[in-house]
Design a binder for this molecule. Structure first.
Ligand code: XUL
Ligand code: CO
Length: 442
């Protein structure tokens, strides 16, 4: 009997996924992701720290507002809450192990169903945490980050920590406390706050200033509790502009950084950026990553992609090499994610109903990242990408430009330089040239 699988196997007929290289036509193999391959000084495994998302892969039933579930999970059959949760954990760890994912992420309600009773929920969480700990030990899979779901239960319809009703805020606190306890117990390197309902539906009934103050106070007490109980990892805020709220307070990277600075949270919190959230905010993921990297706050990342033709969070698996290459250029130059990894916050489509579909989806995502990393490394090593970018700013490297950067010139002196030097030459930004470099190395 396989100790990891116990006496049940949920993904029958699927063996450990191996790297077989570009010439392989086995759809259940990696063509680019070779976890021990060194790229830009580190193994792929280390650059990415790929994680599986419990919620999409083991809880998401494929139901949508127009139709019932299509993903009928064999691990969701037992009537006993704990037994059902253990089956789900068995399925999840079988999947992580067969795919070669070394990390995972969860919300409290993903790993075990919750009731209306706080004491009961705390007991449930500690029971399943003990079980997950055993699974982690047997498999070597680690917790990338934990979180609490503060958006699905009806009591959170007006927000969790930003709810106008203080009692609702205390319920959110009870969940966060238990989820932090589980994260610490499982050795998680991060704890994420995604505030799906921390925002408003209408300003007519909302005191935005008070709600944002409550959000900050809530984050401070959660931070203090976790630190007092030995949590050494990073807290993450995951920005998203809207959905399910009309306007979410953690709108995008820049907004969150301003918020963290205003409430003195920059020492403990970093960003967990998600591709489809970036595009909903009217940005590219590259933009969000560069903002975070420049602030030293590039903590972790949720991988997925949206759909160009519709404006919501479709959470599809990533497959755009061109876009990912631009992201990997930023990742490599920033020295990687610190201390997080790449969590597949992505779901297979409602009509992807074969057990193998979950493997195809992740293999495609991992291969896309791997290929993009290789391409980005080639660009950085072999092309003049860096030189072109650096040279654009050469006028600030010496002389009067340098003096300006050093704060040594006033407005009148700047005017005098303009008057003495005449009309500036037109200097090309070379955008198409740089775009061609990316395609050349793909
Ligand atoms: C929702 C989303 C969440 C967070 C965790 O859009 O991304 O799943 O990642 O709460
Ligand atoms: Co996410």
């Amino acid at each position: 009997m396989n100790v990891l699988l116990g006496d049940k196997e949920f993904f029958k007929g699927i063996q450990k996924i191996k790297f077989e290289g570009q010439d392989s036509d086995n759809p259940l193999s990696f063509r680019w992701y070779d976890e021990n391959r060194i790229v830009a000084g580190r193994s792929m495994k280390d650059w990415f720290k790929f994680a599986g998302a419990y919620w999409h892969s083991f809880c998401g039933t494929g139901a949508d507002p127009f139709g019932e579930s299509t993903h009928l999970f064999p691990w969701d059959q037992k009537s006993d809450v704990v037994e059902r949760a253990k089956d789900k954990a068995d399925a999840a760890f079988e999947f992580f192990t067969k795919l070669g994912l070394h990390y995972y992420c969860f919300h409290d309600v993903d790993v075990i169903d919750h009731s209306d009773n706080i004491l009961d929920n705390e007991k449930r969480m500690s029971t399943i945490t003990a079980y997950l700990k055993e699974k982690q030990k047997a498999s070597g899979v680690q917790l990338l980050w934990g979180t609490a779901n503060l958006f699905s239960n009806r009591k959170y319809m007006n927000g969790a920590s930003t709810n106008p009703d203080f009692l609702v805020l205390t319920h959110a606190a009870s969940q966060v406390k238990a989820a932090i306890d589980a994260t610490i117990d499982l050795g998680g390197s991060g704890y994420t706050f995604w505030g799906g309902r921390e925002g408003y539906m209408s300003l007519l009934n909302t005191n935005m200033k008070r709600e944002k103050d409550h959000l900050a106070k809530f984050l401070q007490v959660a931070r203090d509790y976790a630190r007092a109980n030995g949590f050494k990892g990073s807290f993450y805020i995951e920005p998203k502009p809207c959905e399910p709220s009309k306007h979410q307070y953690d709108y995008d990277a820049e907004t969150v950084i301003g918020f963290l600075r205003q409430y003195d949270l920059l020492n403990d919190f970093k960003l967990n950026l998600e591709v489809n959230h970036a595009t909903l905010a009217g940005h590219t993921m590259q933009h969000e990553m560069q903002i975070a990297a420049d602030a030293g706050l590039l903590g972790s990342m949720d991988a997925n992609r949206g759909d160009m033709q519709n404006g919501w969070d479709t959470d599809q698996f990533p497959n755009n090499i061109n876009e990912l290459t631009e992201c990997m250029l930023i990742l490599i130059e920033a020295g990687g994610l610190q201390p997080g990894g790449i969590n597949f916050d992505a779901k297979i489509r409602r009509n992807s109903t074969d057990p193998a579909d979950l493997f195809y989806a992740h293999i495609g995502g991992m291969d896309s990242f791997a290929r993009a990393l290789i391409v980005a490394d080639q660009i950085l090593q072999k092309s003049d990408y860096k030189k072109v970018r650096t040279n654009r700013y050469a006028s600030f490297d010496s002389g009067k430009g340098k003096e300006f950067e050093n704060g040594q010139l006033n407005l009148t002196q700047l005017r005098d330089i303009a008057a003495a030097n005449g009309v500036p030459e037109l200097i090309s930004g070379k955008q198409e040239y740089l775009e061609n470099i990316i395609n050349r190395y793909i």
